[in-house]
Design a protein around this ligand. Structure first.
Ligand code: PRP
Ligand code: MN
Ligand code: MG
Length: 178
């Protein structure tokens, strides 16, 4: 990005970890008895969240990834979701949990849910660490949400600004200076 900015912490690493523990508990109960759960992480943003979530899940799980992109390096959604890498495995007849970092306009999650529904999973649920309901353009809601946040441009914990800041251990908001 051309304009200089600083990042103000919004959700600490500790708070995120505690929330993920609670979410994992709910997911474990909801999928109790299944021997077929597959977590599908949406690259790239969800790579940190899925890594932490899967280690809190006391269930037999498989992990797969789908690469979807709508923002590229821009601050605004292109409203057109590109699938850059498909799943490696089949999901027909499987219990699937799509893992997303953030739902903003909703284009990405809605596109992916429609795509995967077409493959006849037995059950398809979604989890998003963050939700910005005030920005929604497509009516979609994750089955589980970590935190509802206001309309701020956030980075960290997997989320980028023009591919940077994914490595921050917390969620921060971008504040332009000058
Ligand atoms: C970001 C974010 C979500 C999506 C949310 O992905 O990780 O996947 O946008 O926005 P939406 O609800 O408006 O569709 P991005 O396209 O930036 O790709 P990335 O995950 O590789 O950063
Ligand atoms: Mn993404
Ligand atoms: Mg991005």
């Amino acid at each position: 990005p051309e304009r200089p900015y600083v990042i103000d912490e919004m959700i600490s690493a500790k708070t995120i970890a505690a929330r993920i523990e609670a979410l994992a508990q709910e997911i474990r109960l909801s999928f109790a008895g299944t021997d077929k759960l597959i977590l599908v992480g949406l690259l790239r943003g969800s790579f940190v969240f899925i890594a932490d979530l899967v280690r809190e899940l006391d269930l037999p799980v498989e992990v797969d990834f789908l690469e979807a992109s709508s923002y590229g390096d821009a601050m605004q959604s292109a409203r057109e979701v590109r699938i850059l890498k498909d799943l490696r495995g089949e999901i027909s007849g499987r219990d699937v949990l799509v893992v997303e970092d953030i739902v903003d306009t909703g284009f990405t999650l809605s596109h992916v849910v429609h795509l995967l529904e077409g493959r006849q999973p037995r059950r398809l649920e979604t989890i998003a660490l963050l939700d910005k309901p005030s920005r929604r353009e497509v009516p979609v809601r994750a089955s589980w949400t970590g935190f509802e946040i206001p309309d701020e441009f956030v980075v960290g914990y997997g989320i980028d600004f023009a591919q940077r800041n994914r490595n921050l251990p917390y969620i921060g908001k971008v504040r332009f200076i000058e």
